[in-house]
Every structure is written in structure tokens, then in C-alpha cells.
Design a protein around this ligand. Sequence first.
Ligand SMILES: [Zn+2]
Length: 331
Amino acid sequence: MHAQPIIGYNVRMDYDAAQVTERPASSRRANPWPARLASAGVVVLALWLLATLAAFADPILIPPAATPAPTPPEDADDLANFAMRRQALTRPRLRTYIVQDGDTASGIAARFGLDVDTLRWSNPDLEEKPDYLRLGMKLVILPMRGAYYQVRAGDTLDALALRYGVAITDIVEYPLNGLKWGSPLVAGAWLVVPYGTKELSRPHPNPAPGYDFAWPIVGYVTQHYSAGHPALDIGAPYGSAVYAARAGVVVYATWAETGYGYMVLVEHGGGYATVYSHLKGAWVSAGQSVARGQLIGEVGSTGNSTGPHVHFEIRVNGVRSNPLGFLPAEP
Ligand SMILES: [Zn+2]
């Protein structure tokens, strides 16, 4: 830990300054310099021990489910990063992060031990398009999963708690909010909603009677099938529900290194399979049976993707075929 010697050095400097300027001469005489140095050493040691304990003690104020405690990195270059994440766990305060070249929403979220939703729900510019990061953009980083909300005229704590699925106490008693029981909300003020989540948009596609497959989401085609892109890209807002296009068995529901990001592959029998990729996460697991129209994931932008959409494939005996040949005209 590089930080500890620095802390100890600062403490010793402060202590000496206090000795020289604030203690009366009589007490300095009664306390000769070797003794003062020794007692300074004891104080420094005690503070160092406290700092060490504080750094490694389990955070008491933050429920453990909030973010898994990071494991110490093996690479020395990650030490500063690790200390930053550790601090975010133990000390509730807002941070600002300035977007740098090469940053991604998921990368920034992971760096602070958060998820992309928290980043979206605390930065309105990112809510619909978390990948539209601009260089130099300032992002609010919450100390835990949740949302950051600007109060509007007419808002009530009841309504906010209901909207974000939290208890009123969670909002009122969160130290950074500076609220008191019974005091009204002030329009324009920002509130941290610890562990708050927003409702997701879940329009259900047409069940498509008479067709073998249904659309997996309600959206619009952003890229058609071609030799170079043997799939259909269907754009929809981040977090929209993704449904199984046909009944079957989940074969993969996993992070794919191939650029698919989170992907689900369902086999339907008769040589048919469907693939849904760039998901925010999978809601099903391998081996699970799914019905047509069953929720299997949410629209994300994971993997090699430039915006929220589902890269949807229909495979016939392993050959990626044009999904439009199997789907009704409208989702
Ligand atoms: Zn695609």
C-alpha cells in the first residue's frame, strides 16, 4: 500500500506543527524532544493501524449485496484503481468522472464497481444511449447501485419510492440527500435513490399466429440480412424486453468472446435455432425450456455493438438464414 507512508508523514508534520505553535513553553520543557518524538511515533503508528483496519474492515453502512468487495489486484498498476473502488465502498460520496478516449459505459461502470444501469440512471444523457460517450463528458458516479434523480415540482417521496422500488426511509435517511423527515422536497434538488431501479419498457411482440417464428422484440430493423451480416439487427431502447421467437430449449445463455456480448441461443428442434445477442444480460440459463414469447433477456449493447439492438439470427441446420423469411411483416 503506497498510501500509508504518505498518511503517516502528513500526520507527523501536523503533530509537530501543533507542538511548536500551540503548546506553552512550560509543557514543552516538561516533555523533552526525544519523548515528544517517541509519542509522535506512537500516534503515527496508531493512526496507521486505524487506517489499515478501516481500509480492510467490512463496510458497515453499505449492505454487502450492493457491490462485491473487490479483490486486491495483482498488477501494481491497478493499485490506484483498487483503492478508488475500495473507497467508493466505504465512504458514501458522489464522484465525477471525465470520459476519456477509449472509455465504454460498461468499462466505466465496472471500474467503480457499478452496473451500466446505475450509470444510466444517474446521467440522463446516457439513459437511452449509454454508448454515446463524448470525450470530456462529466459523469456522476454514485457510491452504490441506484439512481440519481432531480426533483420536479409536485414530486412526493411516496411517488419517488414507488417509482424506484425502494422504501421512503432509504431516500430520506441517505446521508448525501440532506433530507429531514417532514420537510418538503425542493424542486431542482438532486437525490440519490440507493438501490433504486427504473421500470423497464416491455412491449410484447405480435404472437404471430400462422408463422413458425415471432419477432423477439418490438423494434425497427437497423441492419438487414446480407452475406456479410447473416442476421437481422433490431433496434429498441436499452432495457427493452427480448422474448423467445419460438418454443425451445436454451443451449447457451452466456457472455460470448466472439463479439456477441451477452447472447442466448435457443434450439427449437427440426434443425432450427435462434440467436439473440448484445443483450444487457440473460434471464435464462442453459438447459431451460422456454415458451414462445417468454422473456429471455433485455436489450443491451454488449460485445461488438454500436448501440442498443438485438442481433437476431435464425439458423436452419446451422446455416444462418434471413429471419425476414420466417417472420410476419410487423413485430
Ligand atoms: Zn448484427
